[in-house]
Ligand binder design. Structure first.
Ligand code: FAD
Length: 372
């Protein structure tokens, strides 16, 4: 689906005007730390959640390139989009790709309205990079499954209406067995009996992630996402949606903008060179992200490209914070710039870990078939 430049430009203007009218306070990492369900509902009213999904499920039937424009503007503004971000970025697309009709009609329209908040229950203490090692177990019971286990680093679980859970439903047979077999994806009501959510504070004392304990939590058959036992293939595709978005290089954009404002006030060759280098890298990352959006529009799950984009994007975010320290020292910075620098410093160490560490992404890239 090709969309004209004039349509994209009009959409960009519309989002900018909306954000300006909402008097958003820009913050770094607003997509993970900016929880504002009312803001998400208003975005839903504008048709900016689920905008690429079919209209019959409440979506906008638009392209991923248009979605890129909307997400880019929201991220540039540092807007508080956490409430709907995970659902819009990866749970909805996974339901569309793998889910049955029942799941589609139950969840997609409500996600589009900005009413649902999802937490991602993938990682465990011994299963972060090595997701196939998950020990959370789902056993067959009458009418569904009973889940027992503990997930960790579950962002937004304390605010979530639902949790995505990757669990083991079958044992790989024998020592040489495929470790990726026997995994299944579930969608679980966060208020189900047997779920305990415990806060974990990050290094700056903020509460955004959690430990989530499941003790014999009943999940009906209707909440299996996709095929029992096919969880590995499905989650790998889902990670392409998780890794490939503009949030992997724009988390620190509000700080970059504040740095440019400071640099304009005090001409300095060293500052100009450093900021110019960042601008060039940013241009390259935008192109990469647009390439991803076009691949998704073509029906692909571009696993390798998403890994490349996240690897380069989070390295860029770190460079923004490092450069900002230098620039604000040389040029001085207003209190707003200092606040954004403090936020960036607190947020950026997690950027190259969450959603797959940089080392693991390099392995994925090196093993993937190089496109001809
Ligand atoms: C801010 C933040 C938010 C998060 N939110 C969520 C969430 O909502 N849901 C969720 O499920 N998880 C979440 N996570 C967890 C995240 O996905 C894991 O931390 C990540 O996958 C790494 O796993 P780990 O912490 O177990 O580290 P480990 O896997 O133990 O890795 C430790 C170190 O070893 C390296 N390493 C591991 N294996 C290899 C290898 N094969 N080759 C080379 N190096 C390797 C890693 O790169 C890393 O440096 C979040 C993490 C952060 C920081």
């Amino acid at each position: 689906m090709t969309v004209g430049a004039d349509v994209l430009e009009a959409l960009r203007r519309e989002v900018r005007e909306f954000v300006a009218a909402a008097c958003v306070t820009a913050r770094c990492d607003g997509w993970m730390r900016g929880y504002d369900p009312e803001f998400s509902r208003r975005l839903g009213e504008r048709g900016w959640i689920g905008m690429t999904w079919p209209r019959e499920y409440g979506g906008g039937g638009r392209s991923n390139v248009e979605r890129f424009v909307v997400t880019e503007e929201l991220l540039r503004a540092g807007a508080p989009v956490t409430a709907h971000w995970t659902a819009d970025r990866q749970i909805g697309p996974s339901i569309l790709r793998s889910g049955c009709e029942h799941l589609r009609s139950e969840f997609l329209p409500a996600i589009c309205r900005g009413e649902l908040v999802f937490g991602l229950g993938m990682s465990e203490t011994e299963a972060g990079s090595d997701l196939a090692a998950v020990r959370t177990r789902a056993v067959r019971v009458d009418g569904g499954w009973s889940i027992t286990g503990t997930k960790i680093w579950t962002t937004s679980a304390h605010n979530a209406t639902h949790l995505y859970v990757l669990a083991r439903t079958g044992e790989p047979a024998g020592a040489d067995a495929d470790r990726h077999a026997g995994l299944t994806e579930f969608i679980v009501d966060r208020d189900s009996p047997g779920i305990t959510v415990r806060p974990i504070l990050d290094l700056v004392g903020e509460h955004h992630f959690n430990e989530v304990v499941f003790e014999d939590v009943f999940v009906p058959d209707s909440r299996v996402l996709g095929t029992v036992g096919a969880g590995w293939k499905q989650v790998t595709e889902q990670l392409a949606f998780e890794r490939g978005g503009a949030e992997r290089f724009l988390s620190t954009y509000p700080l970059l903008a504040a740095m440019v404002r400071a640099a304009r006030r005090v001409p300095d060759r060293g500052v100009t060179e450093r900021v110019g280098m960042l601008a060039a890298r940013l241009a390259g990352l935008r192109e990469l992200c647009l390439q991803l959006a076009r691949a998704i529009d073509a029906g692909e799950a571009p696993v390798r490209l998403a890994a490349e984009s996240k690897l380069l994007g989070t390295a860029f975010e770190k460079a923004v914070v490092e450069t900002a320290r230098y620039v604000l020292d040389v040029c001085g910075g207003d209190p707003e710039a200092r606040r954004l620098l403090a936020e960036g410093l607190g947020a950026v160490p997690g950027a190259s870990i969450r959603g797959g560490s940089s080392e693991v992404l390099q392995t994925i890239i090196s093993r993937a078939e190089v496109p001809k």
